[in-house]
Design a protein around this ligand. Sequence first.
Ligand SMILES: [Zn+2]
Length: 281
Amino acid sequence: MAKKPKTIQEYFDQSLIYDNGKLIAPMTETHCHLDMLKDVNLDELQNELESLGISRIITIATSNKNFSRVQEIQNSFPNTYFTLGTHPHEAKDFHENDLSHIREVAKSDSSKLVAVGEIGLDYYYDFSPREKQIEVFKKYLELSIELNLPVVIHTRDADEDMAQILKEYGPQMPKKGVVHSFSSGLELGALAAKLGFFLGFNGMITFKNADLVRQAVNQTPINQILVETDSPFLTPHPFRGQQNTPTYIPLVMEKIAEIKNIPLRECMASIEKNATKCFFS
Ligand SMILES: [Zn+2]
């Protein structure tokens, strides 16, 4: 790069991932929270993403509090798909009704509900009691088996319990899914990949202090990697401090290609195929 770009447009103008106003290959944004973006006009954002060549966007629910908003958003945009689930932070507010709601949606609108999630364990914040997190996580894994849907897993500082649960449930799950925003230990990464899960990486891999996450990229087979932004969080370098949006996803893709030392086009084709395999087949 010639000089440090100040805007995403300046960045694209200098980047090989962008040509003639468009990405050189289509990309799927596999994890964002469109309902949490502040001061963003979603119609304008969708137009921008479409003209950029972002082929599909998956917006992720985190609890019964945002189910209806997430469903409303995916309804307004043909390229936007969605998930429903209870984030471990919100496990304390989980209701059995959440499961029946998801069953209903899966029956009525199965085409755009692409996964159960996000669900999992977060022992870093411990916003919900750990026992409750485990109980709710297992209920959702059972639901994913029942509905034949993949899962979107969040895990932080919970490697031991997560490994145990994945070993127990993984082999029974017809669709597997993704361990998103992967930032756990290399051992858990290797186990998840061995069980057939994808690993999702985001702007974190561009952070200076994230060598361990880059090692996880390095050890994960290219046919099990997904890219995401997790917007509005985790804005990639050099735009940290600004709100993240799916527009920034090419920075994550470029970094994966660089870490794995694979030509950009080849990397994009593999990862796009992975997104199809994980969520759309
Ligand atoms: Zn998320």
